[in-house]
Design a protein. Structure first.
Length: 206
């Protein structure tokens, strides 16, 4: 099984759009283990619409758009990390985390703990806006301390070459490219924009 984990420095930074582009580029299946918030289109639905890929069902679908542990508690359940074992599938699999690394799944376990147990290569998605140097380097430190194999950092947003170079240099990490904001999002426009991402480097880590 060839699995890559897509995680982010924060929520709402374009991680799902990146995961969709990567799913299409790799010809992969997609899995979002924990979905918090069901009122709007879920991440799985977004990826399905943008790729037509096979979508594996979430282990947890939680109503409230909040941290997974709070969403679960709101429904009277507790997320069991044992239910988040990687699915056994043939071919590549893109797995998208929820929010950032230190998002609690329950009162004892962060999402980073589960990512570390998966022992699969990780792509860290970061915004280019102000504050990203701090958020991204802290996330890299956390991933490495947990023993994760970080393939590189992929950026989302307007070009900030000096900022991106600083993160790559000081974080000692591969720059995987930058996905710009896409005004009219579709399968075609996402595919075109994703040519800026070093998919070969990610594929080589699988």
């Amino acid at each position: 099984m060839s699995t890559v984990i897509v995680t982010g420095t924060d929520t709402g930074i374009g991680k799902t759009i990146f995961a969709a582009g990567l799913t299409a580029a790799l010809g992969a299946r997609y899995w979002k283990p924990v979905q918090s918030g069901l009122e709007e289109a879920t991440d799985s639905e977004t990826v399905a619409a943008l790729t037509g890929a096979e979508i594996l069902p979430e282990a947890y679908r939680l109503n409230m758009p909040a941290s997974p542990h709070l969403s679960a508690e709101d429904m009277g359940v507790e997320i069991d990390p044992a239910r988040l074992a990687l699915p056994q599938v043939s071919g590549p699999l893109v797995v998208e985390g929820a929010g950032g690394l230190m998002v609690p799944l329950n009162r004892q376990v962060f999402f980073l703990d589960v990512i570390a147990q998966w022992q699969a290569p990780v792509v860290l998605v970061a915004r280019t806006a102000l504050g990203t140097i701090n958020h991204t380097t802290l996330s890299l430190m956390a991933l490495r301390k947990a023993g994760c194999n970080v393939v590189g950092v992929a950026f989302v947003g307007d070009a900030q070459p000096d900022v991106e170079e600083t993160i790559a240099q000081m974080g000692d990490i591969r720059h995987l490219g930058r996905l710009p904001f896409i005004e009219t999002l579709s399968r075609e426009t996402l595919t075109d924009a994703f040519t800026a991402i070093d998919v070969d480097a990610i594929r080589g880590a699988l």
